[in-house]
Write a protein that binds this ligand. Structure first.
Ligand SMILES: NC(=O)c1ccc[n+]([C@@H]2O[C@H](COP(=O)([O-])OP(=O)(O)OC[C@H]3O[C@@H](n4cnc5c(N)ncnc54)[C@H](OP(=O)(O)O)[C@@H]3O)[C@@H](O)[C@H]2O)c1
Length: 71
């Protein structure tokens, strides 16, 4: 998964979080799309700590809002 960019929604918990973790472990650059900055930052730092892959980044988006999605 090196040089691949993967966008994972809901990646601060549950299935999304496990998916982001697994893809980071495989070397992908993971864009973690979450609606809550605080929960997202916590999940991001945990994934970086667990995988040693520093390419994960956070994108704040509430998927129930079209304004947020367009932004
Ligand atoms: N088909 C199947 O067999 C099957 C099995 C299991 C799960 N599922 C489905 O897969 C999905 C994920 O399951 P899960 O157990 O991982 O659920 P979960 O733990 O409830 O996780 C949902 C994630 O989505 C985020 N989210 C919710 N509303 C959002 C919004 N408006 N904008 C952005 N992010 C939002 C949550 O963020 P917050 O932390 O901010 O709430 C959370 O990170 C669910 O839809 C579930 O129904 C399907």
């Amino acid at each position: 998964m090196k040089d691949k960019v993967c966008i994972v929604t809901g990646s601060n918990s549950g299935i999304g979080n496990e998916t982001a973790l697994a893809l980071s472990n495989l070397g992908a650059k993971v864009v973690m799309v979450v609606r809550n900055k605080e929960r997202g930052e916590k999940a991001l730092s945990e994934i970086i700590k667990k995988t040693g892959n520093h390419n994960a980044v956070l994108m704040i988006c509430d998927l129930s809002s079209f304004n947020s999605i367009r932004r």
